[in-house]
Design a protein. Structure first.
Length: 378
């Protein structure tokens, strides 16, 4: 089997020749492997980013490409690749060909995006919600492609797509109603103050998100990953997840399948009380975090509760082990996690994005140990 076949087999609940390895490399670490700097080199277009993804893949040879949601082709009428960055003291600026300067903020956004904050959403009226989305958030698949967001994925599929599984990882429409510094608190309060409006908003946002899925399906991407980052049971109750998100998730995953892609969800936080919902949601793959202070996520226990209906991705600890540990310690963790594959479909992975400064030999250890110990029959 090649890498694509191996991962597709696991995600369709079959038994590949070797347990697939899908490290969580969506974040900044790939820039380091390519001898680039995320802060100064992420502002270019999709085709210019492709060598950064390729450098990671060629160095480690994982079983998938773990892509972000895309890059603009143009900014303010100029090609994105023609911009450059300048540092002034501790401040970083993105500079356009005409000299226009835009400060890069600590949250990885541009200061110009903060200049005109969006108005609050009127959650008392479905019509008001529809009008807000139409004005501020609606984008068609055609517009998404024209802006350049699929360029990196299209080129990676062209180069590697026959042999390697290509997945795009984006945020989720989710439960965060408001943005900004106080957005999280306001969003949580709105669940109690305007439950009908919030539920309708979530459903509509999931519908709009399918336009992005359509855009990437047109260029041949194999898997679509959403990150449910505020729906864990350590944040909201399982009952609130069922009330606000479960139905939207089920519909969304079914639509992703209809578009020829494999739906995967990355669930942050305590997923244990939600496994019965996830198991029946129609999602084909589940990525989970490492254990945290308030919850413990054991992959064997999770796989058992998924009852073979969802392929589980591992959660080898990214910061305490892969970042600070030794290859020998990582190999031991891999051997322990492989036990989950005896319970249900399983893909070896780490629990959160690889962090800058991670020793490359530790990433190699995750992959080589899986190839060494993950050959069927186990």
């Amino acid at each position: 089997m090649n890498s694509k076949q191996r991962l597709m087999t696991a995600l369709n609940f079959g038994q590949p020749d070797i347990i697939p390895v899908a490290p969580h490399w969506w974040g900044d670490y790939k820039y380091e492997i390519a001898d680039k700097n995320f802060w100064t080199d992420c502002w270019t277009d999709g085709l210019s980013i492709v060598p950064i993804y390729a450098a990671f893949y060629e160095r480690f040879r994982p079983d998938w490409f773990h892509l972000s949601g895309g890059y603009l082709r143009q900014r303010r009428g100029y090609p994105a690749r023609d911009y450059h960055t300048e540092k002034k003291g501790e401040r970083l600026f993105l500079v356009a060909p005409d000299g226009h300067r835009d400060e890069v903020l600590a949250d990885e956004t541009l200061a110009s995006g903060k200049a005109t904050p969006l108005p609050d959403i009127d959650l008392t009226s479905h019509r008001a919600i529809d009008d807000y989305l139409l004005e501020h958030e609606k984008i068609t698949a055609e517009e998404f492609v024209a802006a350049g967001y699929t360029d990196h994925a299209a080129e990676i599929v062209r180069r590697y797509g026959d042999d390697v599984f290509v997945a795009v990882n984006v945020g989720t429409p989710g439960m965060l109603v408001y943005a900004g510094e106080r957005g999280y608190v306001k969003s949580m309060l709105s669940l109690y103050d305007y439950p009908k409006g919030v539920k309708y908003l979530i459903q509509r946002r999931y519908e709009l998100a399918l336009e992005q899925v359509r855009a990437f399906s047109q260029v041949g991407v194999h898997g679509w990953i959403i990150s449910e980052d505020r729906a864990g049971a350590d944040t909201v109750s399982p009952e609130m997840y069922k009330q606000f998100l479960y139905e939207a998730d089920c519909v969304f995953f079914a639509e992703v399948k209809k578009l020829g892609m494999i739906p995967i969800v990355y669930f942050c936080g305590d997923v244990m009380p939600l496994l019965s919902y996830i198991r029946e949601s129609g999602v084909l793959g589940l990525m989970v975090e490492e254990s945290r202070k308030t919850f413990h996520l054991d992959v064997v226990e999770i796989a058992r509760k998924l009852q073979g209906k969802v392929c589980l991705f591992g959660n080898v600890n990214t910061t305490d082990l892969i970042f600070r540990g030794t290859p020998e310690e990582i190999e031991l963790a891999v051997k322990l996690q492989i036990s989950a594959s005896k319970v249900g479909p399983f893909v070896m992975a780490n629990g959160s994005p690889l962090v800058p400064g991670t020793p490359p030999e530790n990433v190699e250890a995750l992959i080589t140990a899986t190839h060494k110990w993950g050959q069927y029959p186990l």
